[in-house]
Design a protein around this ligand. Structure first.
Ligand code: ADP
Length: 170
């Protein structure tokens, strides 16, 4: 099942909350700031112990004060025009998160719009990539877990809903 939600990702009920982190896993603004505030100070300590995360990869921590089971910190690419591997790197973020969720036996996963804030990825292109990776995951017959896309504003939610419609009808 694939759903679109509007609001703060830290308030969603899901086994995994995905955080759009930076390479130093140091916390920051946007989703990252919200996740760190909601999870509490132990999260910073857990991230420090991990160290860094390359762009396109994922690192998992406990969720501490969040109601989720896990936080997956993934680092999206900064948009620099699209010819520097941005699409492959963003695809990799979604693919790695989905595959880790499957390996960890998680029942649901909530994604923010990775790279669509300060990293400036064009939202239409980012949504296309997110849905491609989800479709790929479902096509491979991976366990049908619940996939939630959490949007912070209505415009982003409209993009997901528009692009999701043909996918759901397949
Ligand atoms: P990035 O650095 O990967 O661009 P940002 O956190 O700046 O990450 O933004 C990614 C997306 O998440 C943007 O669309 C932004 O509006 C949205 N966003 C910001 N805060 C939250 C939140 N608390 N819950 C869900 N989405 C959020």
């Amino acid at each position: 099942m694939v759903e679109v939600h509007l609001g703060d990702i830290t308030r969603l009920q899901a086994d995994v909350i995905v955080n759009a982190a930076n390479r130093h896993l140091a916390g920051g603004g946007g989703v990252d700031g919200a996740v760190h505030r909601a999870a509490g100070p132990e999260l910073s300590q857990a991230c420090r112990e991990i160290g860094c995360c390359p762009v396109g990869e994922v690192r998992a921590t406990p969720a501490f004060s969040l109601s989720a089971k896990r936080i997956y910190h993934t680092v999206g690419p900064v948009w620099r025009g699209g010819n520097l591997g941005e699409p492959e790197l963003l695809s990799s973020c979604y693919r790695q998160c989905l595959s880790l969720a499957r390996r960890e036996g998680m029942g649901s996963i909530a994604f923010p719009a990775i790279s669509c804030g300060v990293y400036d990825y064009p939202p239409e292109l980012a949504v296309e990539i997110a849905l491609e990776q989800v479709q790929d995951h479902l096509d491979r017959g991976s366990p049908p877990f619940e996939i939630l896309f959490c949007c912070f504003d209505e415009a982003m939610a409209v993009l997901y809903r528009q692009q999701l419609e043909p996918l759901v009808r397949r």
